[in-house]
Design a protein around this ligand. Structure first.
Ligand code: CP
Length: 304
């Protein structure tokens, strides 16, 4: 039995296979409509979500399975003090696979140590979000047709943005990747990402506060929201929240085939006028999340 807690638990070959299955699901959805008949997915969301929870649930329904779960901690017995370990043990008796989002870093890992069924990390605090990264990888594959020879700009809250941490880990395994890390000084990537991935693996990367300077170099621009819920100090959030706003004017210097990604939700960081630009791939990206989660559920349930 296998869980998915960190994107690096999947080899690049396994990622290629998941992407290929997702592409086949997109092309032939009917072929997959009964693959998980009789199986149940539990979605245990201790933190808010729109895309991740609903795309997981849609994914299981489209595979012919069923779904149970909760969308906030207050409606579960966590509000009475039940531990993550006990919750995982209990829900293992009700479901075949569990997707868990939790505000505490490491909670899905703890759940995986006590559950009898696969646990999928659907986002743990400011740490990791591996299924968002799978979504990002499918989107990069569909939009750019390759995972290597890319200059990737990551912009915004690189400190608390868990999708950024997982994506850097995943993309650092491909060749000729350059990262341009665009953030205010206060929101740079954490040391464990800089030291354990970027420096240790000898990645080509630069850090800058200027989106304008970075723009012409980029093949992919990955915008992120400033993560209000992770700030200890509201005044600090208010000071930093509008650090970067991508608008049509800023895109004038971008490559004609640059791909604009965002894990969403967005607040102010991408002007709605950008939505009509063909390079804006973030709504296609959100849709891709359902297909790659279908592929992942089948893999972890060992459905052929
Ligand atoms: N990208 C993402 O995780 O969105 P949700 O918070 O809506 O699930």
């Amino acid at each position: 039995m296998r869980s998915l807690i960190d994107i690096l638990e999947l080899s690049t070959q396994e990622i290629d296979e998941l992407v290929a299955v997702a592409e086949d699901i997109i092309a032939n959805p009917v072929k997959y409509s009964e693959k998980c008949h009789g199986k149940k997915l539990a979605t245990l969301f201790f933190e808010p979500s729109t895309r991740t929870r609903l795309s997981f649930e849609a994914a299981m329904y489209e595979l012919g399975g069923n779904v149970l779960g909760f969308s906030e901690a207050s409606s579960s017995s966590a509000s009475k003090g039940e531990s993550v370990a006990d919750t995982a043990r209990i829900v293992s008796g009700y479901a075949d696979i569990i997707a868990m989002r939790h505000p505490k870093e490491g909670a899905p890992l703890v759940a995986s140590m006590y559950a009898d069924v696969p646990i999928i990390n659907a986002g743990d605090g400011g740490h990791n979000h591996p299924t968002q990264t799978l979504t990002d990888l499918l989107t990069i594959h569909r939009e750019k047709g390759r995972f290597d020879n890319l200059t990737i700009g990551l912009c915004g809250d690189l400190k608390f943005g868990r999708t950024v941490h997982s994506l850097i880990g995943a993309m650092s395994r491909y060749s000729n990747i350059k990262f341009v890390l665009i953030s205010p000084n206060e929101l740079k990537v954490p040391d464990y990402i800089r030291n354990d991935i970027l420096i240790k693996k000898g990645m080509d990367f630069e850090e800058t506060a200027s989106l304008e300077d970075a723009m012409p170099k980029l093949d992919i621009l990955y915008m992120t929201r400033i993560q209000r819920e992770r700030f200890f100090n509201e005044a600090e959030y208010l000071r930093l929240k509008d650090s970067y706003i991508l608008d049509t004017d800023k895109l004038r210097t971008a490559k004609k085939d640059m791909c604009i990604l965002h894990p969403l939700p967005r607040v102010n960081e991408i002007s709605t006028a950008v939505d009509d630009d063909p390079r804006a791939a973030y709504f296609r990206q959100a849709r891709n999340g359902k297909y790659i989660r279908m592929a992942l559920i089948m893999k972890l349930l060992e459905v052929k």
